[in-house]
Design a protein around this ligand. Structure first.
Ligand code: CA
Length: 235
């Protein structure tokens, strides 16, 4: 599948498009926000009809599809999406709706998730589906001389391996996923520690400080503070 969009220094600049069809605004917003942070091109629709119209126009790689929609339900939407061609469908169902889950899979959904779900679980399903579809070829993030292997959790700066804790790895991965953006401490908190984490942003400063030490200043310190805003990478 052709991947369009700007392919820059970062391996994550590939614009993979996701259409979120969900009538609950809080869930739609949470999913869209999270996927955009991860570098996906995201569109949202609150009804099946609107979703199908968008899908015809934008040909998304992945559709995150709520089963219970007003008007046309998710099963019918999935059937019609299938007719449009190659698309990965992750169906989202209410908790315990076993029959509906089966229907979802029979309708041609590739995977399903039960509400309430953790965003990271959805992200893992979407990535796994993209790999199965052959759209994601590898799980390596590269920005400048920093390389993160998301599959093996190995980090390198140039030829030097950098030993990171799991959280440090996630913080760096979040920065590398948006190499040209400034991420606020709050954004890093929600991205790495979870959306419901009501903690102190000081924890972010601590992890950034450890990461800076481990990455080192040669040839330059890649993690820069943007005063009053957050952190960004420079390379
Ligand atoms: Ca719904």
């Amino acid at each position: 599948m052709a991947l369009d969009g700007d392919v820059g220094d970062a391996g994550r600049d590939r614009q993979i498009s996701v259409l979120v069809i969900e009538d609950e605004p809080t869930i739609a917003d949470m999913v869209a926000l999270g996927l955009r942070y991860e570098g996906f091109d995201v569109r949202t629709a609150a009804t099946g009809e609107e979703g199908l119209r968008l899908a015809r126009g934008s040909r998304p790689h992945i559709v995150v599809l709520d089963l219970m929609l007003p008007g046309m339900d998710g099963i019918e939407v999935a059937r019609r999406l299938r007719a449009l061609g190659s698309v990965g469908i992750v169906m989202v169902t209410a908790r315990g709706a076993l029959n509906e889950r089966i229907l979802g899979l029979e309708s041609g959904a590739d995977d399903y998730l039960t509400k309430p779900f953790d965003f990271r679980e959805l992200l893992a399903r979407v990535r796994a589906l993209l790999r199965r579809m052959g759209t994601l070829q590898e799980d390596v993030l590269r920005v400048g001389d920093i390389e993160l292997n998301l599959a093996t959790h190995e980090a390198r700066r140039g030829s030097r391996p950098v030993a990171l804790t799991a959280r440090e790895f996630e913080v760096l991965a979040a920065l590398m996923a948006h190499p040209r953006s400034v991420l606020s401490k709050e954004a890093l908190l929600s991205r790495v520690w979870g959306y419901d984490f009501a903690g102190d942003t000081n924890v972010v400063e601590v992890f950034i400080s450890h990461l800076r030490e481990k990455l080192g200043d040669a040839p330059q310190q890649p993690i820069q503070t943007v005063r009053g805003v957050g952190y960004t990478l420079r390379w």
